[in-house]
Design a protein around this ligand. Structure first.
Ligand code: ZN
Length: 272
């Protein structure tokens, strides 16, 4: 769980994870999110600048014979309500279930916007590869961003879509402050194998992309782990560590001090 003090800095961090600004109607408040159909029957939302506090994270909606399944629930009820209005424009089906990928406020704070009849699913589920509906699986491929990450894999006639939660963020250093750094890369590669090379990937933050980006992020995590370990072994401190310049293109760098503190704690525990 990200505490409220930490969450404030998280919201600042998320400003970089925004959807491109859409056309704005001067008579209406700006949209808080964009919604796109990744493949027929599988949608992904992404916060706009106006939605950075309320929507904050990416998520999705999936059509099933029994109604819609949501993946994650935004940061607060205002955000999720805005997303639900966008979803209602593309599907008249009721929301039946929501999968919370992990217990961070920016992914679950909007849950009160859903009716009490909506089933909420979290880790642990009955199995690490749980079939929720035909072609729709909820996966716990191992520890990574937290110890309880879930991903959702939808296989549809129009293509496969993986909703990765914060196991994968696209274009950012990511928040590693509760991460299991020695396992995260392995978890991501297992997830990529399960998804298959043609899957589209909806990250926890950032733009929809191909499954190859999971490999990049896994390599980055492993590279950071090895680099920061060398730094500590050579007598370096949390304060003196610098992420290699080859990652200068990654945004949300305000997470770096906390990421290095996490690496230090794992190193001191012999778990890095
Ligand atoms: Zn998170």
């Amino acid at each position: 769980m990200i505490g409220s003090a930490r969450f404030g800095s998280l919201l600042v961090a998320l400003a970089a994870g925004l959807a491109p600004a859409g056309r704005e109607d001067p008579g209406r408040p700006p949209a808080l999110a964009t919604l796109r159909e990744v493949v027929p029957g599988a949608w992904a939302w992404r916060p706009t600048r106006a939605g950075m506090d309320a929507v904050a994270s990416c998520g999705g909606a999936l059509a099933t014979p029994e109604g819609l399944v949501l993946v994650d629930a935004c940061a607060n009820p205002k955000g999720l309500s805005a997303v639900l209005a966008l979803v209602a424009e593309v599907s008249p089906a009721p929301v039946r279930r929501v999968v919370i990928t992990h217990p961070h406020e920016d992914h679950e704070g909007g849950l009160p916007a859903l009716g009490a009849d909506v089933e909420v699913l979290r880790h642990p589920l009955p199995s690490a590869d749980h079939e929720l509906a035909p072609g729709l699986r909820v996966l716990h491929p191992g520890r990574g961003h937290t110890d309880s990450d879930l991903a959702v894999l939808a296989r549809t006639p129009g293509g496969d879509v993986l909703y990765a939660g914060d196991l994968f963020v696209n274009g950012y250093v990511g928040y590693l402050g509760e991460g299991h750094l020695a396992e995260w890369g392995t978890t991501l590669r297992a997830l990529a194998t399960l998804a298959g090379g043609d899957a589209r990937v909806v990250p926890g933050h950032g733009a929809v992309c191909g499954v190859d980006r999971l490999g990049f992020y896994a390599d980055y995590i492993d590279d950071f782990r090895a680099d920061v370990r060398r730094h500590f072994e050579a007598g370096g401190t949390v304060e003196t560590y610098l992420l290699p310049a080859r990652y200068d293109h990654l945004g949300a760098r305000y997470f770096l001090p906390e990421n290095v503190r996490r690496a230090r704690a794992l190193w001191e525990a012999g778990e890095l």
